[in-house]
Design a protein around this ligand. Sequence first.
Ligand SMILES: [Zn+2]
Length: 486
Amino acid sequence: MKKVLLILLAIVVVLVAVLLFNTFSFHSKQINADPVPLYKTDDAVIQRLSQSIQFKTISFQDSGKMDTAQFNGLHRFLKTSFPLIDSLLTLEKINNYSLLYKWQGSNPTLKPILLMAHQDVVPVDPLTLPGWAHPPFDGVIKDGFVFGRGALDIKSGITGEMEAVEYLLREGFKPERTVYLAYGHDEEIGGKEGAYQIAKHLQQQNVQLEFVIDEGGSIISGIVPGVEKPVAIIGIAEKGYVSLELTVEEEGGHSSMPPKQTAIGILSAAIAKLETHPFPTKMDGPGSVMFEYIGPEMAFGMRLVFANRWLFGPVIESQLDKKNSTRATMHTTTAATIFKSGEKENVLPIKASAVINFRIMPGDSIQGVINFVKQVLNDERIKIAKTNEFGDEPSFVSDTESESFKTVQKTTHQIFPDVLVAPYLVLGATDSKHYKNLTKNIFRFNPTRLEDADLKRIHGTDERVSIESYKGTISFYIQLIKNSNQ
Ligand SMILES: [Zn+2]
């Protein structure tokens, strides 16, 4: 008996020793960089952001509805607002409406960098208009904010980057490394006419890029429980996308003599089955790389948990499972989005169809999704087909040990000294996916400060950006270009 107790005690001692060892060797991944004061910008930068919002460069689902005059207006506005860029950079219009600026560097052996954003914005639902403090396309400047559709997503990216380049040109800065600015015009509907064409154009010239930086994460306060500091989340990967249509065809007939299961019943059961058979969770992928960066900054208890994920993995998993937004970082998601069947109340439908939208985890694939669905359903009555020929495979994962990531991270610490940096997995899709053949380093980060509650303004109601934050955005891009040239 005594021997058993001694063995148990020994096990406990070893376990505690391992937990503590892991906790104390769980070192901070934040970079110590000397802060750089914000670069001085005048109020004209705010006016220009406001003006850029006033062009209604809306992407409609039906691309035929595009108002080309608004895009041409924005182009003329950028030309006159940034005179040094206009005279010293080359501009190519790709597919008429997408913009590619090139700032030639002096050293051709250095790979260029490419700063992105997109010109288009999502429409404003007329039903939400009463919820807007100011009309969505007036670009009203008030109470320390610039209001309007695109203030966050992402006119402030275009003007922020262009202000930075204009500033550096005014200073007489000459880059060694070529800088591209690339602004597609249809990101909100997939980017096939814009960013995809820009990337193709660069590929035809055999351009290889050091890194690409596009929208994605931001600097968010109050996003991680137990972390006081704002966190700059930098997307190092994004999920893939595919929609499958499930179809069931049955004999129709009178509803007075129905079969045990109608087409609707068969399909409903199939969807229910998919919902109760989620894709396996992946706790070692880019969705959890964030823990490596956030964990060491937490109080002792949480640090111990994150430093010992081999033991506490299931606990962390069950916490992440509680919220839709965190659950989605752990696995490929399944969402039934369309269901169609039936014409008349007393007629058996001959067909039922549904569309299921999947967001694919890096490491999974479109074919993997199809195989999984077939295997789960295992029902020959259900036909499975992609809704369109393509879909997007998940992105590769950019290396956080690369010089490029460290440059972005260092720049963030310099301009926003109070924030923590953490890589993360982007759940939606960005235009940067089109650049996958041009670089190994794609970072999805919009250097703007947001409160957790601001997130729903993106694509939502009363979109706005704080003036203070926008000035930080401009400074970030100035410093990023400087740092990329060291
Ligand atoms: Zn966007």
